[in-house]
Design a protein around this ligand. Structure first.
Ligand code: DAH
Length: 340
């Protein structure tokens, strides 16, 4: 049978070499590999061999099949090339024609702004800390002094995983992780993704990004927070921008505030972007609550600190005049190409 296989391959080689059209190839395929081909009948004869002989012979049939397939593929390609040569006979290549530029990639606008924010804070003496997108309830809520019945813990607001962990709803848990691991003085920012069970609309997305800031040292005051925010606003948006804080509530800061900057579109006189208020809300801030210090083992009698969290989508939309947050997540090439 071994000799028969060798003969078969020889015969196939000659036949395939003589093929001169796609139809010839199809016929040769049917003849040598099809249902009624000699190879296929050999396969059915395998049963008649002893169990010891079977694997080696099965392997030989397979090898022959592979060899014939290769011959067919090679000839098929060769025919296509011949055809191309025939159709293009006499056509001269113009080597002075401009080539086709390969597509160039670029950074996503959110990444560009994230880098700009990082550079700005680095220039102000901050370091960058990294947190985890998958957090536990302790770091995302408990250690941040968030009551057990706080609405943000709700399934309707927070994505919980089967293993009891959750997708962090804010970058604030990085504050806890940093204070657990480092002693003051602390001066960090931490940019990253956050997740909330929100329906996408012009100003919401279930995935969004924040940058967290935390400063802890002896004698840190609200004035330091104001100063840092004002400096950041000027470095990001230019010398004319103003910032202000408004009283608010967050469980992990006392006192707490919301951060506004003067509208970068109208300069504060009132327009569509700032809904005629002259101000744009950028995030939350406050002085670290003594309860939080106690949880991470920092003595609130000795140290004080401020923290804030800013929305990176908001900053990106203002910088690039993007009217709808969803545009940042649709990956429409017409938008992305403008950032190459
Ligand atoms: N984590 C808050 C949020 O997502 C924002 C925030 C408020 C961050 C006050 C802070 C802070 O660091 O001090 O709404």
């Amino acid at each position: 049978m071994h000799q028969q296989l060798l003969d078969l391959i020889d015969k196939a080689q000659i036949d395939i070499a003589q093929c001169s059209s796609p139809n010839d190839i199809l016929n040769a395929k049917a003849l040598y590999l099809g249902k009624k081909s000699y190879l296929n009948t050999l396969f059915s004869q395998l049963r008649e061999l002893s169990a010891e002989e079977r694997p080696a012979f099965g392997q030989k049939i397979n090898d022959a099949r592979t060899k014939i397939e290769e011959l067919l593929n090679f000839k098929e390609k060769a025919l296509k090339t011949q055809n191309w040569d025939k159709q293009n006979a006499g056509v001269k290549t113009d080597f002075s024609m401009p080539g086709i530029m390969p597509e160039r990639g670029g950074l996503h606008p959110l990444t560009i702004i994230m880098h700009e924010i990082e550079d700005t804070f680095l220039s102000m003496g901050f370091e960058i800390a990294e947190g985890f997108d998958i957090e536990d309830e302790f770091h995302n809520f408990d250690a941040l002094n968030t009551p057990k019945d706080h609405p943000s813990r709700n399934l309707a607001d927070t994505f919980y995983l089967d293993n009891g962990k959750l997708l962090r709803t804010q970058t604030s848990p990085v504050q806890i992780r940093v204070m657990e691991n480092f002693k003051p003085p602390i001066r960090i920012i931490s940019p990253g993704r956050c997740y909330r069970n929100d329906k996408p609309d012009p100003s919401h997305s279930p995935v969004f990004s924040q940058v967290e800031a935390l400063v802890v040292d002896k004698g840190v005051s609200l004035a330091d927070l104001r100063d840092t925010l004002q400096n950041f606003a000027i470095l990001m948006f230019g010398p004319n921008v103003k910032s202000r804080i408004r009283p608010h509530f967050f469980p992990f800061t006392e006192p707490s505030a919301e951060i506004d900057i003067s509208c970068v579109n109208c300069g504060g006189t009132g327009c569509r972007v700032c809904k005629n208020s002259g101000w744009l809300e950028m995030g939350g801030a406050g002085m670290v609550d003594p309860n939080v210090f106690n949880i991470v083992g920092i003595d609130p009698e000795i140290y004080s600190g401020f923290a804030f969290g800013l929305g990176i989508e908001r900053i990106t939309m203002l910088k690039y005049n993007i009217p709808d947050m969803r545009i940042l997540f649709e990956n429409d090439l017409r938008m992305l190409r403008q950032f190459r």
